[in-house]
Design a protein around this ligand. Structure first.
Ligand SMILES: [Cu+2]
Length: 167
């Protein structure tokens, strides 16, 4: 599964598409069967409008649907489709901006994609992951760090004074 975000990261997806990578092709390069060990953290400014497109792939024999859950926010499911997400076509043809569902979990269809949107107004570290535990352990997850805003109510609370220290 590939993850993108509007702005810079959406442009990154355009680059991938321009290179001709087919996320849902029958045959994928063998090296993609082995995930790369990494710490994936995306920084988000407080109050930023975030759009994430979750792209399903054909890795692992075509895969299955993935229930992707985001902690800390509910989001609008603004679009979905099958095959590769097309950054120039899909927002105008496969998005529902009139009455999108409001959820905290969205199913990425097998060999398809889903687009979600939320306002990052809850500063702290948040986890987004596939709700199949097996997939979670395989690395189908990401961490978002929503930065503090300027207002006092837009910032993470400090630790309580009686919080035990780490040793
Ligand atoms: Cu999954």
């Amino acid at each position: 599964m590939a993850l993108t975000r509007s702005g810079r990261l959406r442009n990154a997806v355009s680059c991938v598409s321009a290179a001709g990578f087919q996320f849902t092709a029958e045959d994928q390069p063998l090296f993609l069967q082995t995930p790369r060990l990494a710490t994936e953290v995306k920084m988000i400014k407080f109050g930023e409008a975030v759009e994430i497109v979750l792209q399903g792939t054909s890795l692992g024999g075509g895969g299955i649907d993935h229930p992707m859950h985001l902690h800390g926010f509910s989001f609008y499911i603004v679009g979905f489709g099958f095959g590769n997400y097309n950054v120039t076509k899909d927002p105008s043809t496969n998005y529902n901006l009139k009455d999108p569902p409001y959820r905290n979990t969205a199913t990425v269809p097998r060999s398809g994609w889903v687009a979600i949107r939320f306002i990052a107004n809850n500063p702290v570290v948040w986890f987004m992951h596939c709700h199949f535990d097996r997939h979670l352990t395989w690395g189908m997850n990401v961490v978002f760090i929503v930065k503090n805003g300027r207002g006092i109510s837009q910032q993470m609370l400090p630790p309580p004074p009686d919080l035990p220290p780490c040793y």
